[in-house]
Write a new protein. Sequence first.
Lengths: 115, 207, 121
Amino acid sequence: MSAVVPSREPSSPRIIRAEGEQPLFAPGDRVRITVRFPVGHYRVPIYLRGRTGSVEKVIEPVGIDNEEEGFGRNAGTKRHYYRVAIPLSELWPGYAGSYRDALHVEIFETWLERN
Amino acid sequence: MSTHTHDDHHHPVDADAPLGYYEVMETAVRDLLIGKELIGPEEIRRQIEVLDSRTPALGAQVVVKAWLDPKFRARLLTDGRAACEELGISFYDDTRLIVLENTDKVHNLIVCTLCSCYPRPILGLPPDWYKLKPYRARAVIEPRAVLAEFGTHIPDDVEIRVSDSTAMVRYLVLPLRPEGTEAYSEAQLAALVTRDTMIGVVQATIP
Amino acid sequence: MTDTSTLLNRLANDIGGVQAGPIEQIEHQLEPWEKRCHALADVLDFHKIINTEEKRRGVESLGEVAMGKLTYYERWIAAFANILFQKAILTPTELARQMDLVAARSTGGEVRSNDPAVRSE
């Protein structure tokens, strides 16, 4: 490493983000809702498992995993929820409405994979 | 005690009849929690007052202000909860609010397929039909048929966007302002903004 | 061997997209106890004695039959009782005794209990 040379410009300190602070996905990203079948409680409806969609919005601030919250965890590692858009024509075979129609739903980060 | 004439899950209540099983349970749970000082004796009463103060009129106030004030509208669409709090509509819980703007290209509809999530701090308590199976099951798979049952027909070139609340975000639909209301006062505009326009099953119309 | 895993993997309240009939646009005014029950839920959540997600999970835990037969607020209060037992905040016996007392108060003294500790003379 070279010697530290005082700079004329003020430099912002480089920070390390805590676990979960940095969103994994950004608006526009294609994501897939994981196929996983928890025993008992969940908050990702079955009709969405395995579906792909686009991230519409990163919900801020980070939040607790609502599935864990259901068992009394009012704290813990927080991650992002994402508003994901899925066309209804892709969600339901033979969808009879407009090809433009879509579903938007909030999904916790641990249920999403990059598509 | 009030009496009811509708049927379904509720029975007429007679002032001389013993309390129903679940009312006894509710009373007993409350008694015990207060006895153990886990909740205060006035908290339930106070929260009932809070709940009673939340009605669709609050939502109508938010919508009308958005119709009349473009800067407020922009703030509302950016952070729904903060904008409502500007108007003194406090949120007594941890939920967030996304306001969904209807346009000539998008018509929004809200549902909670898993339970009954609803923007209670701004609209009050949801109607029964919103909490029951037919609406919750069908809104995400055949929204146009659901809207038709409410007398609402959206053209095919307009997207119907269904939002299913599964997490801590709640939704409020910002309906389109009806044409021909340019000269309406705030009160007249507010009268057009019914609860069902903010769920998205109907559009705001001039009666 | 029958695959019963669906009973565990699919919640009875997870009904998005299933077949259902017409929407009856019914609404009812809450009975006083129902409103108190709703207020209780909010107060419990505020104190994080029972948060809203716990309530949801508690309702699911009632199982499909009870969920189908109990009304909305009946499900809530039943779920609260169970969760309070799980958290050792109340015991079933404690609640049963208090329920007997409440029932007795409401009918002016007639106690319908087999528990010798609360049976009136």
